[in-house]
Design a protein around this ligand. Structure first.
Ligand SMILES: [Zn+2]
Length: 106
């Protein structure tokens, strides 16, 4: 496919082709824009944040299978339902504490 250098020059029915650019000044790791029309496609999270979120999500999934009670249970089921990809330091602290209390340290 031809690469168009000017905005608005690409045919409207083209398939966007993502090009990654680092954005060191912003909160995101980088962004993807279309090679052809330069349309913004998505923000890219920092790889280390994705890895951290995966560990947290796994912990939450494991904890949700345990017979938790009270606030711990409400908290874990709430997080499970929200499927969030970012956790506040406080949330991480609680997740890690509940995991530790229940013998999960993976
Ligand atoms: Zn495009």
């Amino acid at each position: 496919m031809k690469t168009y250098t000017l905005r608005g020059e690409a045919p409207p029915d083209h398939e966007h082709e993502p090009v990654f650019t680092e954005t060191p000044d912003g909160p995101h790791y980088g962004k993807e824009t279309c090679k052809h029309c330069r349309k913004f496609l998505r923000w890219c999270p920092k790889p280390e944040n994705v890895e951290k979120a995966t560990v947290m999500q796994k912990r939450i999934a494991m904890l949700s299978c345990l017979p938790l009670t009270g606030w711990n249970r409400t908290f874990i089921l709430y997080l499970l339902e929200r499927k969030q990809s970012r956790f506040s330091p406080k949330q991480e602290e609680h997740i890690n504490r509940i995991a530790k209390e229940n013998g999960i340290d993976e």
